[in-house]
Design a protein around this ligand. Structure first.
Ligand SMILES: O=P(O)(O)OC[C@H]1O[C@H](O[C@H]2O[C@H](CO)[C@@H](O)[C@H](O)[C@H]2O)[C@H](O)[C@@H](O)[C@@H]1O
Length: 259
């Protein structure tokens, strides 16, 4: 903690959204940050150089969930989107795939069993089998066939398979880029895609001994223990993230409730 405080302006905190600072629920559209998360993020953003959300959700969704937080950076769809001055900016290369994603989204709604929730994210589609876990194999096979047919990329997550444009980039490349000017970076995550961000911090530490990365995993049976094994700290639920942030914030002499 003291290493972060002593280089606060060159320290960054990066958070995944679902399962990390928001609860896992059956209906993705109903999800909001856990109680206390917004207040801690707002405060943290006054104490360190960078605070960001790194999510597979569309950037517009994140903007809605984190209103009036100008010092919070929002990266959506694994970095294919960001919010700049309140506006969503989409990578042109990804945007060109919108018609293909629209087609596969329509196919999914028509061809997959009704229990599969098809989440239309415009530039990605998420196929959720949380309400019928036994459909996992069928959903994964369908997604693999469509990915091969249409040249899309698959991303596996917690009771979900996503199809996305085959453009370069993931949470790892995003975190690598966004931490270039930092000497300390914390990453909080719970899912398979967050492993890439953990790796990015580890890679930077290996290249640059002055850099310190801190990996925090929100442990859960769905992801297995691989992420937790690679973490420096583990917590048991997204509801505990604000408490961990309280410990971090208290370490800053300038914090309102320091001491
Ligand atoms: O990168 P993230 O912010 O963690 O987004 C990953 C996926 O999160 C959402 O799905 C997950 O949470 C849902 C709501 O709790 C849950 O129903 C689902 O089973 C989880 O996989 C989101 O709906 C997806 O679009 C994201 O890819």
């Amino acid at each position: 903690m003291s290493a972060t405080v002593s280089e606060c302006t060159k320290s960054g905190f990066f958070f995944d959204f679902d399962g990390t600072i928001a609860p896992i629920m059956r209906d993705p559209s109903a999800v909001r940050p856990v109680p206390g998360a917004l207040e801690r993020l707002r405060l943290l953003a006054t104490l360190v150089g960078r605070v960001a959300i790194v999510s597979a959700r569309p950037a517009a969704f994140l903007r809605d969930r984190f209103p009036a937080m100008p010092r919070l950076s929002l990266f959506g769809l694994y970095g294919m989107q960001t919010v700049v001055d309140g506006r969503v900016r989409t990578e042109a290369e990804a945007g060109a795939w919108a018609p293909v994603i629209a087609r596969v989204t329509a196919d999914a709604a028509r061809e997959l069993p009704g229990e599969v929730l098809v989440e239309d994210k415009a530039l990605m589609v998420a196929l959720h089998y949380r309400s019928s876990p036994s459909l996992r194999g069928a959903v994964e096979r369908w997604a693999s066939a469509k990915a091969a047919e249409l040249g899309l990329r698959e991303q596996y997550g917690r009771m979900v398979v996503e199809l996305r444009p085959p453009v370069e980039g993931d949470k790892g490349t995003l975190v690598e880029r966004e931490t270039e000017a930092l000497t300390r970076a914390w990453y909080f995550g719970d899912d398979l895609s967050d492993g890439r961000a953990f790796e990015a911090l580890r890679g930077r530490e290996e290249r640059d001994p002055a850099f310190l990365g801190v990996r925090v995993a929100v442990a859960n049976g769905e992801t297995g223990d691989e992420l937790a094994r690679r973490a420096d700290f583990t917590i048991d639920a997204p509801e505990h993230t604000p408490h961990l942030l309280d410990h971090v914030i208290r370490a800053f002499p300038a914090a309102p409730y320091a001491g």
